[in-house]
Design a protein around this ligand. Sequence first.
Ligand code: FAD
Length: 297
Amino acid sequence: MAVIERLLAPNSAISQRFFFLAKRFVAGESMAAGLAAVRTLNAAGLTATLDFLGEDVTDPREAGRTRDTYLELLAAIEREGVHTNVSVKLTALGLLVDEALCTDHLDAIVARAERLDDPFVRIDMEGSALTEPTLRVFETLYARRQNVGPVIQAYLKRSPADIEHAIGLGARVRLCKGAYSEPETLALQDMVSIRRAYLRFAEALLSRGTYPGIATHDERLIEAVKGYAAAHGIDQNRFEFQLLYGVRSDLQQALVRDGYRVRVYVPFGTHWAGYFYRRVTERKENAWFALRSMFGR
Ligand SMILES: Cc1cc2nc3c(=O)[nH]c(=O)nc-3n(C[C@H](O)[C@H](O)[C@H](O)COP(=O)(O)OP(=O)(O)OC[C@H]3O[C@@H](n4cnc5c(N)ncnc54)[C@H](O)[C@@H]3O)c2cc1C
C-alpha cells in the first residue's frame, strides 16, 4: 500500500498518467469537479456527501490546509446552492499528529457547516487502530454540536456495543460493512457473518436510531432493509440509502424512482490513491480491469 501511495503521489507523472483509472470512482481532482458531479446528481433527484480526498497526514501544516479546504468547500456549497453535505477523514485533519489539533480542526468545520441547508458533517471510519480515537473525537464534538455523526463498520466485533451507544446518544450513524483489511481477532471475515451483523445493526438503527445512512450496494441487504422498514411502518424519509460515486448508478436511480432518499458519496482531490486502492481491492473484477488498462495502454 505504501509503495502504491508513493508511486501515485499527487501530481507525480505516474499519478497524472493513471488518473483515468480512478476517474470512475473520483469526481475529479478539483473542487469544481466535485461540485459539478453533485449538480448532476441533484438534477437526477439524488443528494450527496462531498469528500476532499486525503488521509494519514503527518504534517500539521497539511492538516491545517485540509481544514481550510473544507471551509472553502462549505462556502462554495452555500454560494452555489447545491444539495450536499460533507464527509471528513480524521487522519486528514491531523488525528495522527495530535488529537486536540484534529478536534479543533473538526470543530471549525462543523461550526461552519451549521449555517448550511444540510449542515451535517460525517466522520468517515478508517482502520481499526483508529476506531477508538475517532469515536472519542466524535463524542467530544457531539457534546458541543449535534450536526456531526460517525460511521460504524458491521465487520468489527466491537460494533454491537458501538451501535447501542450511538443509538443511546441519538447520533446519526452511517452503517457500512468496512473497507479495511482487519485481523480475525477484531473483525468478522466471511461475508455471510458480515451480512448477518449488518442486517441486525440496520434493524436496530431503523427501529430505534436517528435517521441512519444505510451505506451499501449489496442488493440482498437493500431488499432486506426495504422489507424491514415496510413491515414495521418505518417511513421512507426516516432513513437514507448511501452509495459510492461510480458504483451501481442503475441501483441509485432505481431507489430514487421507488421513492427512497439516496445520498451519493462523491470524492474529489489529488490524493486519490488510497481511496482508489480500496475500491479496486474490494472487488476482483476491478483489479483485473485496472491491470488490463495499465498494461493495455
Ligand atoms: C456511502 C458509503 C460510505 C462508506 N464509508 C465507509 C467508511 O467510512 N469506512 C469504511 O471502512 N468503509 C466505508 N464504505 C465502504 C464499505 O465499507 C464497503 O467496503 C463497500 O461499500 C463495499 O461493500 P458493499 O456493502 O457495497 O457490498 P459488496 O458485497 O462488496 O458489493 C455488492 C455489490 O456492489 C457492487 N460493488 C461494491 N463495491 C464495488 C466496487 N468497489 N466497484 C464496483 N462495484 C462494486 C457490486 O455490484 C457488488 O456485487 C462506504 C461505502 C459507502 C457505500
